[in-house]
Ligand binder design. Structure first.
Ligand code: FES
Ligand code: CO
Length: 326
């Protein structure tokens, strides 16, 4: 079922004139842009002798294989075989193509299904023109995508993994919060934490309130409920989307889409903050065993503070997710 879903495979800004290699659900993919700027995603394997097309180059509206120079049009059809200039390649001389689209500063691919992006995971903050959007990543992590999602939903680790930043061990207790089903997943609301430095903008410790929305197996969106004191920002909804490419069952590539009110901090400063936080998460994430998320409720221990994580595991089970779980 994972193959029918859209997954992010690259930042749009990272896909320029050169073809780009990616791996999605263990499938090697080549990404490239044609002369009109449209992104394409194909199997990264030339149908002639199997060379990696991502080592080739883009020639206008064609992708050229690095080995014998065969050229493929955007349709995937081979249109030129340099060793036989008069040969018209038949319809069988074609590359395997996947659906691709661009949203939220990322290139999305699905291995099966139509190119219609209507069922892409929603990220409502993207449409708010008052919010500044930044892509942060990629971060390569040696664990499954579901372990990453769970970490993103988990407030109880702030006081330890992010001590002095997103939490403090003197204020580790987690107030009760709500978890409710939605038509396409679930939402956790009233998630409160005391944070010494809750963002790159923060100048003082603050009590923060988050909600977390999950509407796809390998993505989650955090929305920050503004502090009452920041009246000017009261109607802004700062959001962070975590979008994960399931590279392999125990290997992931993740991006964060930050959407927040414009402030004095530069894009680079906001990225650096996110990098600092993620660098604190990464060693713990990579230490977790098993790397695949156990869906059997008896496999790990749970408390009331783990309600969101329990809901996530039930959601994956309900969807029939098999990649990155055990
Ligand atoms: Fe690609 Fe021969 S392997 S042209
Ligand atoms: Co963390």
């Amino acid at each position: 079922m994972e193959k029918t879903l859209w997954h992010p495979v690259a930042a749009s800004a990272d896909l320029a004139q050169q073809p780009l290699a990616a791996t999605l659900l263990e499938q090697p993919v080549v990404l490239w842009r044609d002369a009109a700027g449209t992104a394409h995603a194909w199997a990264d394997q030339c149908p002639h002798r199997g060379a990696r097309l991502s080592l080739g180059r883009v020639c206008g509206d064609r992708l050229e294989c690095p080995y014998h120079g065969w050229q493929f049009a955007a349709s995937g059809q081979c249109v030129h075989v340099p060793a036989l200039p008069d040969f018209s390649p038949p319809a069988t001389h074609v590359v395997r193509r996947f659906a691709a689209c661009e949203r939220y500063g990322l290139v999305w691919v699905r291995l099966q299904g139509s190119a219609d992006p209507h069922d892409l995971v929603p990220f409502a903050a993207e449409a708010d023109s008052r919010l500044r959007k930044i892509i942060c990543g990629p971060f390569d992590v040696a664990t499954s995508a579901p372990r990453l999602v769970e970490n993103f939903l988990d407030m109880a680790h702030f006081a330890f993994v992010h001590e002095g930043w997103l939490g403090s061990r003197g204020a580790a207790s987690i107030d009760d919060y709500r978890v409710d089903s939605t038509p396409n997943g679930f939402v956790a609301t009233q998630c409160k934490a005391w944070q010494p430095q809750s963002s790159a903008h923060a100048t003082a410790p603050a009590q923060v309130e988050y909600s977390y929305t999950v509407e796809a197996p390998y993505a989650a969106v955090l929305t920050k409920v503004p502090e009452a004191s920041s009246v000017a920002l009261a109607d802004y909804r700062e959001a962070i989307g975590m979008f994960i490419c399931p590279v392999g069952p125990e290997q992931s590539r993740v991006w964060f889409r930050l959407a927040g009110p414009d402030g004095p901090a530069s894009d680079d400063k906001l990225r650096a903050f996110q990098q600092t936080i993620f660098a604190q998460d990464q060693p713990v994430l990579e230490s977790q065993s098993p790397k695949r998320l156990p869906l059997d409720p008896r496999a790990e221990l749970h408390t009331a503070a783990d309600k969101a994580s329990a809901a996530y595991r039930r959601y994956l089970k309900h969807l029939g997710i098999t990649f990155g779980v055990c």
